[in-house]
Design a protein around this ligand. Structure first.
Ligand SMILES: C[S@@+](CC[C@H](N)C(=O)[O-])C[C@H]1O[C@@H](n2cnc3c(N)ncnc32)[C@H](O)[C@@H]1O
Length: 284
């Protein structure tokens, strides 16, 4: 794990970067238009408000997994002060630097499945599908153990990710399926070619070809892959790492989670008296 400032100019096309950081390649495709779809807007401010509200102890520190272009870390840092932020994509970290306006976000280039900073945090969070972008249940389990190890006793892990029921509902009886939705606030259209396949026994992967079309007809495109992760499965992974489920919401305004919710927001606590989580646990 290195300071992003040391690696942000690297733009290799390989999965394993020159500096040894494994990256899925999402940022290489999406960094040029990510902020057109996921705007640094009122919704991001509401998310930052929610995270600041549930933080158990700001003095113990804060870490975001998959910071991307800083959509959430930047407004959160404006509220609570320093935020450490890891991402495997040098392209997304370069976009974060472009968006920064003096906020104390400490960007780190690394892969959270394999490594986290060698310190503890009062709150760690992964929002906007990041935990579902981890490519296998085994790697999600490793990531959960890394988190449990890096949480201070009494600290919380907050996950926001998509509700698999809504992916199936969006696709209806079609697989593959193509949908187009106008995004009014962004002033364009998002066309998605979706395909759900069984990637390991009992585990579904949602592969999307996203095409972002501007009003003038210009477009950007990229492929995104998510491991469909029901909240019950996330809970199981957390329990295996010694974390205890607490809050469950369907929106950052506090609406309850249900089958109709596009996403879930779940928090897990490391019990104050918990035994330290070992590297051996992370390797299982
Ligand atoms: C969907 S974006 C979310 C960005 C930001 N959190 C937001 O809410 O706008 C997911 C980010 O996670 C990063 N990412 C995915 N898997 C990762 C991993 N194993 N280690 C580090 N970063 C990862 C991607 O490069 C991407 O920037």
């Amino acid at each position: 794990m290195t300071d992003a400032s040391m690696t942000a100019t690297h733009s290799g096309g390989e999965v394993q970067g020159r500096d040894g950081v494994e990256d899925i390649g999402y940022g290489r495709e999406f960094a040029p238009f990510y902020d057109r779809i996921f705007q640094h807007d009122e919704a991001a401010e509401i998310t930052a408000d929610g995270l600041a509200r549930i933080h158990p102890d700001v003095a113990q520190g804060t870490l975001e997994l998959g910071v991307g272009t800083g959509r959430i870390a930047l407004p959160l840092a404006r509220r609570i002060g320093p935020v450490d932020a890891v991402d495997s994509s040098v392209e997304m970290l370069a976009a974060l630097e472009g968006n920064r306006d003096g906020e104390p976000v400490h960007a780190l280039h690394g892969n959270f499945v394999h490594e986290l900073p060698d310190r503890s945090y009062g709150m760690i969070f992964a929002v906007c599908q990041t935990m579902s972008m981890v490519g296998s249940r085994a790697d999600q389990r490793r990531a959960m153990h890394q988190v449990a190890q890096a949480l201070a006793p009494g600290g919380i892990f907050v996950v926001e990710t998509g509700n698999p029921l809504q992916v199936h509902s969006l696709m209806g009886a079609q697989n593959p399926a193509v949908t187009t939705v106008p995004l009014e606030a962004q002033g364009g259209w998002l066309t998605t070619y979706s395909q759900v396949t069984e990637s390991e026994p009992g585990v579904e992967t949602w592969r999307c070809r996203q095409i972002w079309i501007e009003r003038d007809g210009s477009f950007h495109t990229g492929v995104e892959q998510s491991l469909l992760t029901p909240v019950e499965v996330m809970d199981q992974l957390a329990a295996e790492a010694g974390l205890v489920p607490e809050l469950l919401f369907g929106t950052w305004s506090g609406a309850p989670y249900g089958d109709e919710a596009p996403l879930y927001i779940r928090s897990y606590r490391r019990p104050p008296e918990a035994e330290p989580v070992t590297r051996e646990g992370a390797a299982q």
